[in-house]
Design a binder for this molecule. Structure first.
Ligand SMILES: [Zn+2]
Length: 429
């Protein structure tokens, strides 16, 4: 029997050295991973062909196949330097199949809001120029916050996650390093376990190969690695805890009713899962979530979807550093160029992982294409989706309580009719 986790994410080593020395990305475990999954290829196809067209199982199996081919294409890019254009096109096509594409109107909207913050005489003119170009794509001139629309919802939300609020409000002000964050999450889980015994199975880990915080439903673990960035303030820590424990809580709901799909996520659940988690973070901290907008905009910039704007990886890293500087300026914060560069490199590694990070040029030396793995656009796309879902639901008269109770039933997308049918048919929910 095939394990649902047999086909993993494209993995690429993301170390500072891998870029600074040679400018080339590489995926050290790629070949061994492909060799491990290769024997199941027939099995994947078999399963896929056996499922009913248009069913949730079909999408699930098709997704697994696509992930597997993405992984294989990643290997082709690395092994066939002469056919890079072909493999880069395929690679990006798989990214598209799995995660959709960037919407230039959204790019415009993000750029417009950022520009309102960046536009001061000390900001790098190159940054302003690129952001002005993107902002021209926005549909309207709306730059004000919509937080006030979520006030009633926020009150109910905070009640539902009360143990988290209690633990964090007792802390001294930050910054908090990863060891400290682990400690806080441990305390929160202790508190949550008092109300709900299922939390007792969850643990906090410090995996040395990771650089980012992650929640793994399969292992019931929240990994907070030492290599992760520190958290600057109490408010940011609160947002982080709410976000991550939302993921864990939805997995727990799936475990509770013994449903593997609701525990690990129905196909295409990811955008809503991340979007709603980020929405919670946004509503409760009241601060702009820069990262997801940045990743969305960055994807647009390196895939050439916006006229005249097609950045290479070094150019993207440069832009990212300028952007951090612009934010620090406008928020009266100290700017640390080394930290900013490290973060910029990490995020560019994520975007280009699975590829080699290099553009394919035409005979005139212009960029034709470059392999990009744009999974991270789901975060912003999902945020927009989740926000609309909550506002529409409130407007149609649903209470915040009922919205949250539905969303917390497991890892699914309530805006997806197939998912709602699944809940109804399988669990009568
Ligand atoms: Zn998340």
């Amino acid at each position: 029997m095939l394990d649902r986790n047999k086909v993993p994410d494209v993995l690429v080593q993301s170390s500072l050295n891998s870029i600074e020395n040679a400018g080339i990305l590489f995926s050290p475990n790629l070949n061994s991973r492909i060799a491990e999954y290769q024997p199941y290829e027939y099995d994947y196809w078999h399963r896929y062909l056996q499922t009913e067209p248009g069913s949730i199982e079909e999408i699930r199996n098709a997704t697994k196949l696509t992930e597997f081919y993405l992984l294989k294409t990643s290997q082709k890019i690395q092994d066939n330097p002469r056919d890079r254009k072909l493999w880069a096109e395929r690679f990006n096509n798989y990214s598209y199949e799995l995660y959709g594409k960037v919407d230039s109107l959204q790019v415009g909207q993000i750029a417009l809001r950022d520009l309102a913050e960046f536009d001061n005489p000390s900001t790098d003119t190159k940054l302003i120029e690129i952001y002005k170009k993107m902002a021209s794509l926005a549909l309207n001139n709306e730059t004000s916050s919509d937080l006030n629309k979520f006030e009633g919802f926020k009150t109910v939300l905070l009640e539902k996650f009360d143990p988290i609020i209690r633990v964090i409000s007792d802390l001294p002000e930050g910054p908090y390093n990863p060891a400290c964050i682990r400690d806080v999450f441990g305390k929160i889980i202790d508190e949550l376990s008092k109300e709900d015994i299922t939390w007792k199975d969850w643990s906090i880990t410090n995996n040395p190969v990771n650089t980012m915080l992650s929640v793994t439903a399969e292992k019931k673990q929240i990994d907070i690695p030492d290599a992760r960035a520190e958290v600057s303030s109490k408010n940011t820590l609160l947002g982080l805890a709410l976000h991550e424990l939302f993921h864990a809580r939805r997995a727990i709901a799936g475990y509770r009713i013994n449903d593997e799909m609701l525990t690990f996520g129905l196909p295409d659940y990811l955008a809503f899962e991340e979007g709603f988690a980020t929405l919670i973070e946004y509503i409760c901290t009241g601060s702009k979530i820069d990262k997801i907008g940045d990743r969305y905009v960055d994807t647009a910039l390196v895939t050439g979807v916006i006229d005249d704007l097609f950045l290479t990886r070094p150019e993207l890293i440069e832009l990212d550093v300028m952007r951090s500087n612009a934010r620090a300026l406008s928020r009266n914060k100290k700017f640390n160029e080394i930290d900013a560069k490290r973060l910029a490199i990490n995020s560019s590694n994520r975007l280009f992982r699975g590829g080699d990070g290099k553009p394919v040029l035409n005979e005139f030396g212009q960029i034709e294409i470059q392999p990009v793995y744009w999974k991270d656009i789901v975060y912003y796309a999902g945020f927009v989706k989740a926000k609309k879902y909550v506002l529409d639901s409130l407007e149609s008269g649903q209470s915040p309580d009922s919205i949250l109770d539905l969303v917390l039933l497991g890892k699914f997308d309530p805006t997806n009719q197939l998912h709602l049918d699944y809940l109804k048919n399988k669990h009568n929910l």
